[in-house]
Design a protein around this ligand. Sequence first.
Ligand SMILES: Cc1ncc(COP(=O)(O)O)c(C=O)c1O
Length: 466
Amino acid sequence: MTLMFILNSNDSTPLYKQLYNQIRAHVLSGKLPANSRLPSVRDLAAELSTSRNTIEGAYQELYAEGYLYSKQRSGYFVSALQQDASPLAPPPPRQRGRQPAPATRYVYDFHPARLDPQSFPAPLWRKCFLDALRASTGDLTQYGEGQGDWRLRSLLQDYLERSRGVSCAPEQIVICPGLQQSLDIVAHLLQAQHMAVAVEDPGYHLPRAVFHNHGFNVVPVPVKPDGLDLAALRASGCSVVYVTPSHQLPLGYVMPVANRLQLIDWADSGGKQIIEDDYDSELRYLGKPIPSLQGLRPLGNIVYLGTFSKVLSPALRLSYLVLPQALLSAYRDRFRDYFPTVSLLEQRTMVQFMEQGHWERHVRRMRILYKKKHDLLLQVIARHFGPGVKVVGQGAGLHVVLQLPDGNPGEAEILRRASLEGIHLFPFSATCASGESAVTRLLVGFGGMNAVEIEQGVELLSRLCD
Ligand SMILES: Cc1ncc(COP(=O)(O)O)c(C=O)c1O
């Protein structure tokens, strides 16, 4: 292998990351062919006049992400990606013993929940973690507050008020490890008085599963560009509804204000409950941010849910819910004996991250980063798919939906072809209550891909849709 790597110690990117980036780029471009052997850690460290830790750090990360595989006593080798892009291809030979095989990697990953792989602010997070550790040592011998760290809840209350118009007290906020647990809590609180929950159709599959597992009757209600079908909601007999009003998942619609107000009136009429999932509110690229439903009726029957998964990291498992005053005493009764479910250190790290101003800077940075990807994606789609395709839900979030013209091969066939080409698509039909969509739609996430991957991936995808 004669490729050259250049490490620049004046660059703010850590050396191991620079090397990681260069090797990854060579693997993706095919300059480093499948099964070629990388230089030993010792040789490459000597060649680049750097420490073995730097080389080991880059190799380990590439290994963990599946770009490399290792053979006992022989070193690291390039995994088969572009050269044989099929994710169904046999995995590289596994090292016998402890390490698990690397997960399947796709060459073009259009999954809508992917974030930019370089975007996590690791050095800042490390610093905030150490600051949190120093400031919290006395508290680390205790469990912490069940509802979540008080300071984090206070910071969130302030942030949500400024950015989303949410009006609440820190007492109403519960820190959770993700939507699933937030919905678990809500389901526990509602199941004494409610039996049926309406969910958006098409919609996110997780709420359907959580409410179903809690014994609720789950009723799909159609979503249209002008909002949730309120006549269908009324006819459903449900007294709870789960909605994503600021950016409907998956169609990306913004619920118009008339529909919002009617929905709030519906909730006020006889003890109904709205669950508002504001999952990616930070990522709006066109127009003004859409204020939350909760902010329109702070004393209404609205549970507000938010997450750090879309802008910071889904791996942290850090989210929050805001309970309406009316559910607070039920929450306290029911969960009095429960312990916190999110690590105190992680919560305190987030406190440092917010108090030091990193969170809001990070949000701004991510909005710029994803807007660029979003705009590029739209240009590339227009170039390769042409005027026959309809793009739905652009202007926010981490994905758009493509509605294909008649005469396309259908979702199942496109997904089959895509998988053979190393393209990862999350099936749109999985968001439909019936499991199928009347027209062929593709969920095209762009968060995890760089500009080259967006260009190449969309071009390839457009050919598979003919
Ligand atoms: C509609 C919706 N809500 C919330 C989330 C985030 O969930 P969590 O906080 O569990 O990562 C997602 C993630 O993809 C989502 O699609």
